[in-house]
Each structure stands twice: as structure tokens, then as C-alpha cells.
Design a binder for this molecule. Structure first.
Ligand code: UGY
Ligand code: MN
Length: 323
């Protein structure tokens, strides 16, 4: 017997009930409510506190349904001292429950969560920026290039005499040593990546690139149409990195365990599955961040009913000795 929760995407409703493995059609719905009302699904417990229902798996064959008096402290609460976040020599997983907010001078009045940084061994930094409406962000330290991607909200990017409007999945590659402003029109969440630019001899500097990932066409990765790829920035030698979105149908996986000198910074945009990093297998979901250091063996398999999709950075187009 297993518990399930389903979401009808259009209505944002969740049904909570149970299914019996030997009679796949024997599903019962106990109660339903908005996604935001769903309290917790774990270890045989389902809660919809605002409706006063609480469901408990008593043993393998019976279910008890309690009507509880509504208590304020039924909200999702971490188990004391537990988190999915892990930090190892050649990789890290950062789950939402361990985010710590900080501030930086070039992001005034803006909460940042720096999830990847040189302090952990990475050669780049990656962070969430929670920009309140009206806040303005400024360029990074000298020599650093920056990539910004709108998770939700809207910003105006003022650069080179032009204002670019970036909405959800809008993004910009901002070459180093440029002057610009990022102005939040409404409350906005960005994911940002910064790294020291590595110029290639004989090549000009890369140009500003602004687009929206929703408008790009995905292509099968290595011939697998269950694994679709969008390349977000131009494929020419002036760029020393790449940013891609990889979209796995349920059941799809990376074709083999990759090992390479290039690093990754990755954000799960949707769905989830199992990520192998080195000799560890991690359950991962939307909102998780992964750092993969050089030669970290890596593999991913998508599990679940919806596609698993991630935004991934990689250093690219430069000799291993150039870093
Ligand atoms: O481009 C990549 O190296 C990518 N396939 N790696 C990954 O998804 N872990
Ligand atoms: Mn890789």
C-alpha cells in the first residue's frame, strides 16, 4: 500500500489518498485541497491541516483517518538537525531547507543565498537573489562575467543604452567589466552565476546575450528524444562557458556516468529523480542546487510523473591549463 498525492496542474489542486499495488485501479481520495495547504507527506502521514484531516498508515493493510482539531504547529517542520544538503570534496548538494540568507554591497537591500562559492573548491559562484520590487543590482567584481536567469518576477536590464525586459525564464549573459543595472519591477527571484572571464588569445570578448529560454527550440541530446537540450548562449569560442537546460522525460537518464575536467553548477527547475555524484546517490527535486567539481562521476535518472528539468553551467571552450 502506498500513499499518493496528485496535482491537477490547471487547478493547482492536490488529491491525497492511497493505492493498493495489487489492484492498481483501487484508488480512493480522502480529501483534496490547494497545494499550499498540503502539510506533509512522509512516513505514512498526510496532513491537510486547514481541513482538519490527518491520515495515518497504521500497518500494511489498514488506514486510519483522523479528524484533528486544527493546531497551528502542524506546519511543515524540519526534523531536528536533518537536511538533504551534503558537502563533499568533489561535489555538493544544497537543498532549500538549509538556505542561509546574506547580503552583498552590489545587491543593496536584496537577500542572497550563496549556494556555490570558491570556498567549497568551485571556480565560480552561484546564488539566488530575492529582489524586492524597486531594488537595483549592480555589476560584479572586476573581471567577473555574470549570467542571470529569472525564476519568477520581472527585471529590467539597462545596458549599452538599451533596456531589456526579462520575465520568467528570461536570461542574460553579461560579459565582464560592463556597466549596467538590474532593476526589479516586481518581487523577483533570480539565479545568478559569476566566474572570472578567461580570454582566448586572438578572439574578441564575448558579446552581451539576452533571450528567453521558453522561446528556444529543444533538440534531442545525443540522439535521445527523451532527453531534450536547449543551449542558452551562442556556441562560439569567445564564450568560455555554456549554460544549458536539460529536460528528461519520466524514466529518461544520462546515457552513461560522465567524468570530465569541467565543473558544473546546476539548479533543478522542475521534477526530480536520483542524482549520482561520485559514489553517492541522492534523491533530488525542484529547487535543489548541485556543484560538481572536476572529474566528479555524475549520472542522473528522472523519476516521477512529470519531466525533470535542470539549468546547468559548464566551463567550456578553454584548455584545462587555462583555468
Ligand atoms: O554537459 C554535460 O556535461 C552534462 N551532460 N552533464 C550533466 O548533466 N551532469
Ligand atoms: Mn557533465
Amino acid at each position: 500500500m502506498s500513499l499518493y498525492a496528485e496535482s491537477a496542474r490547471t487547478q493547482q489542486m492536490v488529491s491525497v489518498g492511497f493505492s493498493l499495488p495489487h489492484r492498481r485501479k483501487a484508488r480512493m481520495t480522502f480529501c483534496s485541497g490547494k497545494v499550499s495547504e498540503l502539510c506533509a507527506i512522509s512516513r505514512g502521514c498526510v496532513g491537510l491541516p486547514s481541513r482538519g484531516y490527518f491520515l495515518t498508515l497504521a500497518d500494511r493493510s489498514s488506514i486510519l483517518l483522523f479528524r484533528l482539531s486544527i493546531k497551528r504547529d502542524l506546519n511543515m517542520r524540519q526534523k531536528i538537525g536533518e537536511s538533504r544538503s551534503k558537502f563533499r570534496d568533489n561535489h555538493a548538494l544544497m537543498s532549500h531547507d538549509s538556505h542561509e540568507r546574506t547580503t552583498l554591497p552590489n545587491w543593496p537591500g536584496i537577500d542572497l543565498v550563496i549556494v556555490i562559492a570558491p570556498q567549497m573548491g568551485a571556480k565560480f559562484s552561484q546564488f539566488f537573489a530575492h529582489m524586492p520590487a524597486g531594488s537595483i543590482a549592480h555589476p560584479p567584481l572586476e573581471g567577473m562575467e555574470r549570467f542571470i536567469f529569472v525564476l519568477d518576477g520581472e527585471v529590467e536590464l539597462s545596458i549599452e543604452g538599451t533596456i531589456h525586459k526579462l520575465q520568467q525564464e528570461g536570461y542574460a549573459f553579461l560579459p565582464n567589466d560592463r556597466n549596467y543595472q538590474i532593476n526589479a519591477k516586481i518581487d523577483t527571484r533570480l539565479i545568478v552565476l559569476e566566474r572570472p572571464f578567461v580570454q582566448l588569445e586572438g578572439q574578441p570578448s564575448p558579446t552581451l546575450h539576452v533571450a528567453n529560454a521558453k522561446k528556444l527550440t529543444a533538440v534531442p541530446m545525443k540522439g535521445d528524444d527523451m532527453l531534450m537540450l536547449k543551449k542558452l548562449i551562442p556556441e562560439n569560442l569567445t564564450y568560455d562557458c555554456e549554460f544549458n537546460i536539460m529536460d528528461f522525460s519520466p524514466g529518461a537518464s544520462l546515457p552513461y556516468v560522465e567524468t570530465h575536467f569541467m565543473e558544473h553548477g546546476l539548479l533543478f527547475l522542475n521534477g526530480g529523480g536520483i542524482y549520482r555524484l561520485d559514489d553517492c546517490w541522492y534523491p533530488v527535486e525542484k529547487g535543489d542546487i548541485i556543484w560538481m567539481g572536476p572529474y566528479c562521476p555524475q549520472w542522473f535518472g528522472a523519476i516521477g510523473r512529470s519531466n525533470a528539468r535542470y539549468l546547468i553551467y559548464k566551463n567550456w571552450n578553454r584548455d584545462p591549463h587555462a583555468f
